[in-house]
Design a binder for this molecule. Structure first.
Ligand code: ZN
Ligand code: ZN
Ligand code: FE
Length: 782
């Protein structure tokens, strides 16, 4: 039969996932000649053989590819020449091509490596940095592409002869595994005191396990940064960590060794178990079991706890050490809520006041990546923080616009590089205002641009002029466009689901500036391409003290009282906010009366805060969304356990009265619908007076919100003929609201879309900014 030669170009996540060895073995088995190499865009194969064999070969490459690979395109072309060799080989990486190969996210330790780790007969027995082509560090160690050892922080560790032999042996699982290493040649652990002084290089794991068992705080260097760890069963150790970290109540995540261990603490459904043990290994939010013995201080005031399973060999070794606690608090080593520590010296300086010991290693972390957070809600996995394990895998979006940088919002910031229908959303950067975050933001943008070979031609930022991300965008030499915050929220969902044409969007969040310069946050929008129309919103209320109102829910409680009682609200406030000094309350009322520093807002987040405060649940918030989470927690106490398919049957008619009104004018020149809150607040006060439980009132409030939104959407839909609804904004992390609204809308025949891979909170804003179709073209054509 006649010999042919073809070239196969495969794009996607095909570097660092054992793809070339796979192709090599396949070619050898099938008697195909030629070579395979990494290129700037992915993998290139030149293959010679008869037509039938080549067809089979191309087919099996697609079908039998390693499970961790993600193929986005395969191009096959015929070549005229013959490569000249009967054999098949792995060639050197091809330099000089445009860099657009996708780097794999970091991968959790695989089962084969775990088996070797526990096998006393294996030469990597107990080696804390064991990895192979199916697992190990990736994005966090990459300096540039192609993904080869000299372009990673493993370049500092020359391989020993045994590792070298494995690396070059096509039959070996570590064939071309870039971070491959062993005791003899690879990274190693070290154990240090609180000042960073070296204590030992041997038996570090058992020293750490013992310290943790004794209630000490240990800083542990992981994959994308440092964790602070303590015994999650010890109230005292957790308290000590809270005190040192200066974090009173924001929940800590914990790590346990197995699914069974997670089940002893929380309710874990099959889908949640899969998510927990997925190779991304996110922190999964799970509902605590009653009688769970995890220290109360781990997640005070909420019904859920964030759990993750070990994802590096160090974690596995530590949790299986006999002296170690069976559950560890593993919270980011990010002093002051700022950037996670990555360097050893940096950690000693920044975490020295918090940790009693340091468990460190000498493999440099190139890209800081925090743990990801996900949950299961309304029948799907919902990512809340998309970071380690997911980044930098792209989100596919249907759009051909060229390279754009979405600069993101101010809180929970991410940025997004956009190219050829692929959105590369960055790792979690954090709140840009917190310590060092802005430096990290710039560092991360430069790193991702370099890794992907993307030079953005347009930057897109928020309308808010004072966001640091806005200032960054405006300072760039490329053209810059602003996008309204809630439009970007909705566009992120539109991008993720590939929606085209007009959609109605419900965007509920804390705050974002509107084109009318008021503070939006409870919005009903219509989007059509680049067009934004505000169709309705939650009734405006004053935000006494501006940003201070977000930190002090009692101020929002006062604003709600003021809304129905005017200046007479002081008397009612004695009953509701007795612990707040009367002078402070009087000042707030005066501010609202005179309109001093009390901008109007339609924020849904602040409405939750106000209700939470009225119920006496919380007057001061330590972190964004705390009061809203607690209000949800109160309502959830009355609902069935998770896993039950009938979890949230919204009980219409049991909420507060829905009051809608029409307001003329607005930027869009159409009338807008306003969802009134006065009747609802009046109802809450009446129920409080009747002695109704806080749980019952919290649930009635949720039902009221669902009822109101459904009513408005039905009206808007009949007005516009639009049937597709997008739900976005951080408030939709509220499971009662999300599941309730989605189920009711589904029964009314709406098509409802919300975030799955992309967070609905401000971390998704960068995608929405980069995506809004047409913006980039408008700019480039100017
Ligand atoms: Zn492995
Ligand atoms: Zn070695
Ligand atoms: Fe937002």
């Amino acid at each position: 039969m006649k010999e042919h030669t073809i070239e196969i170009r495969i794009n996607g996540i095909v570097q660092g996932v054992g793809f070339r060895p796979f192709v090599y073995r396949l070619a050898r088995n099938m008697g195909i000649g030629g070579w395979v190499a990494n290129s700037g865009q992915g993998v290139i194969i030149q293959a010679s053989g008869n037509g039938h064999a080549l067809k089979q070969f191309s087919k099996r490459i697609k079908e039998d590819a390693p499970s961790v690979a993600v193929i986005t395109s395969v191009e096959i072309s015929a070549l005229r020449y013959y490569p000249g060799s009967k054999g098949f080989s792995i060639a050197e990486s091809l330099e000089g091509e445009e860099r657009s190969a996708l780097i794999s996210p970091d991968l959790a330790t695989c089962d084969d490596c775990l088996a070797e780790l526990a096998d006393p007969g294996d030469r990597r027995y107990g080696y804390p940095f064991i990895n192979c082509t199916n697992c190990g560090p990736r994005f966090s160690i990459v300096e540039s592409t192609p993904y080869d050892r000299p372009n990673t922080s493993m370049k500092h560790f020359p391989m020993c002869p045994e590792c070298e032999a494995e690396y070059h042996d096509p039959a070996n699982r570590r064939f071309h595994a870039q971070p491959d290493a062993c005791q003899a040649c690879g990274p190693s652990l070290s154990w240090h005191d609180y000042r960073g002084e070296l204590i030992a290089r041997d038996h570090c794991i058992s020293a750490a396990a013992k310290a943790l068992g004794n209630g000490k705080v240990v800083a542990i260097k992981g994959l994308g940064g440092f964790h602070l760890a303590v015994d999650a069963f010890s109230e005292k150790a957790v308290g000590l960590l809270r005190c040192r970290k200066g974090r009173r109540s924001k929940p800590f995540a914990i790590m346990v060794q197995t699914i069974e261990a997670a089940r002893s603490i929380c309710h874990v459904s099959t889908a949640e178990a899969e998510l927990l043990s997925s190779r991304q290994r996110p922190i999964v939010l799970l509902r605590k079991k009653s009688g769970c013995t995890i220290a109360h201080g781990v997640a005070p005031g909420i019904l859920e706890i964030g759990i993750m399973l070990p994802y590096t060999p160090v974690h596995h070794l530590l949790l299986s050490a006999p002296q170690a606690p069976k559950a560890l608090v593993m919270t980011s080593g990010n002093p002051g809520g700022g950037v996670i520590c990555a360097g050893n010296q940096e950690a000693i300086e920044r975490l020295g006041g918090m940790a009693d010991y340091f468990l460190m290693h000498d493999r440099h972390i190139v890209a800081r990546v925090d743990d990801s957070v996900a949950r299961f809600a309304a029948g799907r996995i919902r990512i809340i923080r998309r970071s380690r394990g997911y980044v930098p895998a792209p989100v596919d979006v249907k759009s051909g616009f060229s390279t754009i940088l979405g600069c993101g919002a101010e809180l929970k910031n991410t940025f997004c590089l956009f190219r050829d229908g692929k959105a590369f959303i960055s790792q979690h950067i954090g709140d840009l205002v917190s310590p060092d975050s802005f430096d990290f933001y710039i560092e991360a943008i430069e790193h991702l641009e370099k890794c992907l070979g993307i030079e953005p031609r347009v930057a897109v930022c928020d309308l808010h002029p004072d966001y640091l991300s806005t200032r960054y965008a405006k300072g760039l030499v490329i053209p810059c466009k602003s996008v309204q915050h809630h439009q970007a929220h909705a566009a992120a969902v539109i991008a993720e689901h590939g929606l085209e044409g007009r959609v109605l969007a419900v965007v509920l969040d804390g705050a974002g500036i509107g084109p009318d310069q008021t503070i939006w946050g409870g919005e009903l929008l219509m989007l059509d391409g680049t067009e934004l129309m505000r169709m309705g919103h939650l009734a405006y209320m004053p935000l006494p003290g501006g940003d201070a109102a977000a930190r002090e829910p009692w101020r929002m409680g006062m604003a709600l009282l003021f809304g129905i009682l005017g200046a007479d609200c002081l008397a009612e406030s004695n009953r509701r906010f007795g612990p707040i000094p009367i002078v402070n309350r009087r000042t707030i009322v005066e501010m609202m009366e005179k309109g001093i520093n009390s901008p109007a807002t339609s924020s849904c987040g602040r409405l939750f805060d106000g209700i939470c405060a009225l119920l006496g649940q919380r007057y001061f918030s330590e972190y964004e969304g705390q009061a809203a989470m607690e209000l949800e927690g109160l309502a959830r106490r009355l609902l069935t356990e998770p896993g039950d398919p009938t979890v949230f049957e919204m009980d219409r008619g049991r909420g507060y009265p829905v009051t809608l009104s029409r307001k003329e004018g607005g930027a869009s020149d159409t009338s807008q619908i306003v969802i009134g809150t006065r009747e609802m607040v009046g109802g809450v006060l009446r129920d409080l007076g009747l002695g109704m439980s806080r749980e019952e009132i919290a649930l009635k409030f949720h039902i009221w919100l669902v009822d109101s939104l459904v009513k408005v959407l039905e009206w808007l839909s009949s007005l516009t003929g639009v049937n597709r609804i997008v739900l976005a904004g951080g408030v939709f992390q509220n499971v009662i609201l999300l599941e309730g609204l989605m189920s009711v809308l589904a029964t009314r025949g709406f098509d409802v879309y919300t975030g799955e891979q992309v967070p609905v909170n401000d971390a998704g804003v960068s995608l929405g900014q980069a995506f809004i179709p047409g913006y980039a073209l408008q700019l480039l054509n100017k």
